[in-house]
Structures are given as C-alpha cells and as structure tokens.
Design a protein around this ligand. Sequence first.
Ligand SMILES: *Cc1c(COP(=O)(O)O)cnc(C)c1O
Length: 362
Amino acid sequence: MSYKLFIPGPIAVSEKTLRAMSQPMIGHRSTDFVALYNSIQPELQAIAYTKDPVYLSTSSAWGVMEGSIRNVVKKKVLNCMNGAFSDKWYDVALRCGKQATALKFEWGQPVDPEAVRKELATGAYDALTLIHNETSCGCMSDLAAIMKVVREFPDVIAIVDTVSSLSALPIKKDELGIDVLVSGSQKAFALPPGLSFLSVSKKALDRAATMNDRGYYFDYVEFQKNHEAGMTPSTPVISLFYALRSKLDDIKAEGLENRYARHARLNQTVRDFVFGKGFKLFPKEGYGSVTLNCFANTQGIDLAALNKILKSKHKLVIDGGYGILKGKTFRISNMGDETDETIASMLKSLDSALAETPKATA
Ligand SMILES: *Cc1c(COP(=O)(O)O)cnc(C)c1O
C-alpha cells in the first residue's frame, strides 16, 4: 500500500532523504559524530536567525514542549490557546504540576496581542507558551505583534512552538526576542518523525539552572553541556541526523528566500483552487497558515468519502479535520518538498475526486 501524504504531518519524505538515513551507524561520542553535529549547528541557527545553540532532541516535539515547561516555569505560565496543540500545552503544564492560566481563543482565531498584554500586566507570570502556526485549524498568529508585547515583560520567558512553520517562512528568533524556540522534524522539514529542535537563550538557560525538578532527558543544562562538546546528552537518533544533514544541503541548494517563496506560492495555488470549488478558509481572514490550508466544509460534502476516493483511486491522502473539527474542515499540506508539479497533480486528483464525492448525510 503506497500513497502520498498531503496531511499536515507527517509529511511525505523524499527518496534522497530516505537514502541518507540508510548510512552505517557511527558512535555518538566519535569525532565523526561531533563533525556531523557541528556541521548541522550553524545551518539550523541560520534557519532560526539565532546566535543561540539549537539542541537536537531525540523525541517528538512534545518532548521539548513539555521539557520547556519543566525548565523555565517557576511562578506561573500563560498558555495562549487557539487550537488542539495549544490547548494541550495548558493540560501538559498542569500535568507537570505548574500554575497555569488558559488564555482561550476560539479555534481558528489568532492569539490577540492585547489580551496577552492584559494578562501579563497582572505580573503573575514568568513564562508564556505560544503556537505560531496552529496546525490543527490552519491558523497562523501574528508572531511579531505578540512578541512585541511579550518583550515589555522582561521576566516572562516566551516558549514558542514553530513545529509546522520553521523553515517555511522567516522566523527571526533573536530579533523577535523569542527565548525558547521549539520545532520538529516531520512537518516543514519533511523528515521522518523522531527528532526535535530546541533553541534556548542565555536568559532561559540561566532560569533553568535555578529550577528544581527539571528531570534529565530534557534538561537544558544537560543539552548545553553536551552541545559545547558537539554532542547530545544520550544516544541520539543518528539516522535522522543523516536525514537532517541531507535536508540542510537541499535547503542550501534552494536558498531560504526561494524556499519561503515556494511555500507562499503553493499555498496560494491550493487556496485559489479550493475557493473555486466554493469552499472558504476556516481560520480568520488574514491569519491563514502558509504551510497548510484548513478549509471549512461549506459545501457539506462527505469528507470520509472524499478521502476514500483520493486514497483508492489517486493514491493520496488529505486530512478530514482534526479532533472537534472532524467532518467540518479539511486540511491540505503544502509544506516540505512540494513543487508546482506535485501540487498541480494533487489538485487534478482532488478535482476528479470532488466530482464523485456525495454530500454528507446529517
Ligand atoms: C505536530 C505538532 C505538534 C506535535 O508534534 P509531535 O512531533 O507529534 O510531538 C506540536 N505543535 C504543532 C504546531 C504541531 O503541528
């Protein structure tokens, strides 16, 4: 059974990347590994526009998202929530035994900078979590506007999830004042899942050093100590390091600006086509993601039937709605390695499949 994924993660992985992964193992304390680690560093730093180290964690993104809560939240965390992943981050903070406030917006509505200012002004917080691109509902908040507010509160450490956006558009970590940036391998990087990225400022690292109960596996201080030697705290997923090395070569060859332009263009191509079929974007106008489109099922079609046709006849899969949005929205990814050709081919299949998709029976 072979079909191509157009769901917003995991993303289809190229043959080149898969081949890179099949190289022989090296010891994770060897000079070969240190050379590999050190070659990856400056390129990831360039992608995040940061001078801070980018630690590499053998875990899915949730590992470092939870770990960051343990490393920096001493007083109380403000969890900005506007979709499934950001909602869950609040729950994770509580499970870590932290004081937390849920700053809720409806799914698909962006995080409102003024609401963030109002909460932070109470002085109750020393950390904030924010998801830049809420993959569950295709909503991209205004990171620059929110970070401008957060910078007014120097005691507040901003933990920003860029899991489905990093490398698809410029995210200038240092300029924006993001203390902790987290991302993952299986979204915009189009790598298999299992590796996550964690870039931590000096301020956040200093905070971590004063924290009790940060554990071991996601301890910033352990990451930093090993980073200085070009290593990771424990045996990493070396195959994915090979994959990342290969992907960074791809990114270098394409050029970051071209990569950003490609994502914006393909995103618009999908949007225009689906609008032409009478559907609307689910997130608030002006806040649609550039790495995926989440469409409202305004035509009332049977999304399960659509996906069945797409999978069996066209060998591809889109997403039929996340969690509470199942059946109400559908999501199509354009992140990773997609090209004008692959998107055109997907849309041709979608066109044909839509023509035979029945209406949903209520
Ligand atoms: C996919 C995703 C996550 C969760 O990542 P895992 O790798 O499954 O832990 C978190 N945040 C966002 C925005 C995502 O898209």
